[in-house]
Design a protein around this ligand. Sequence first.
Ligand code: NAP
Length: 305
Amino acid sequence: MEGDVSSGPNTRIAAVTGGNKGIGLEVCRQLASHGVTVVLTARDETRGAEAVEKLRAVGLADIIFHQLDITDPSSIATLVDFLKTRFGKLDILVNNAAVGGVEYLQELDASEEKFAGMDFDEMLEWMVKNVREPIDGAKEGLQINYYGTKHVTEAVLPLLQSSSDGRIVNVSSIFGLLRLISNEEVRQELSDIDNLTDERLNELLDKFLEDFEADALEARGWPAKFSAYKVAKAAINAYSRMLARRHPELRVNCAHPGYVRTEITMSSGVLTPEEGARNVVKVALLPDGGPTGKYFAEGEEASFV
Ligand SMILES: NC(=O)c1ccc[n+]([C@@H]2O[C@H](COP(=O)([O-])OP(=O)(O)OC[C@H]3O[C@@H](n4cnc5c(N)ncnc54)[C@H](OP(=O)(O)O)[C@@H]3O)[C@@H](O)[C@H]2O)c1
């Protein structure tokens, strides 16, 4: 469902991954409200098309759906062909799609009543207690959250370079901060952006999975609870910094939306998807010539550590 959009030569074009729900859907809505033509992508055609309809119903016409499973090379290639043929460039890529990398022990219940009276830390503790971390979930977490994000990014790089102001916003997390990794060597390697390579990053992730399978996460200083999610986000942060150095012509930044009530948090959290998305869109729409290789927590520049 590609629809009729009215983008002129100066209209900015954005692609958003995982745009069918949660923060991603709101990012699409807010970017479109700022006059950006948005390619809302989702891995599921039906869910994606329904999301676009929802936005069109509130008067946002410049939104197009295109299927994208970020772990599927042919799906990525099809999206790239579409963007190239239709627009010849991409101005903004928002890498939003992700999974928790865990098995949830509670049915999703968006009523939020069970959180009444809980503060931030109590909700976080509740969430952490209500997940299990099987190795398959951890592997999927790395495949989607790190490798999928990276493969989409690499595939659209030439299109971003065809823009006069190409931007990438990697939706990251406070869970990706280096302080959560107590293994000093790993922390050091992930912060040494001058010497870190893609190959070394892959090796570190392989090592994480090896330690996971050997039940040695704690002993080796990897983060506990949502461990694959945390490691994948730390890897995305490092990758974003490497990419920013390699491509000074682009703005590549990471954005933590805040603790938001979506499916990934089992509807726990302190912000609405609209509030969380605002923190991402702010980074996507920073003024020309703004920062690159940075991390923004709830809209403000902060430390990767
Ligand atoms: N919520 C928070 O508190 C919080 C905090 C920090 C960071 N974040 C980050 O915010 C981003 C959005 O998360 P959310 O809270 O909005 O969660 P969400 O409601 O669970 O949405 C996740 C989105 O990612 C999509 N997705 C998952 N795997 C995909 C794949 N292989 N290909 C394409 N799309 C895929 C999902 O599609 P389906 O509907 O098909 O599953 C869904 O659209 C994520 O990067 C998350 O890590 C969230």
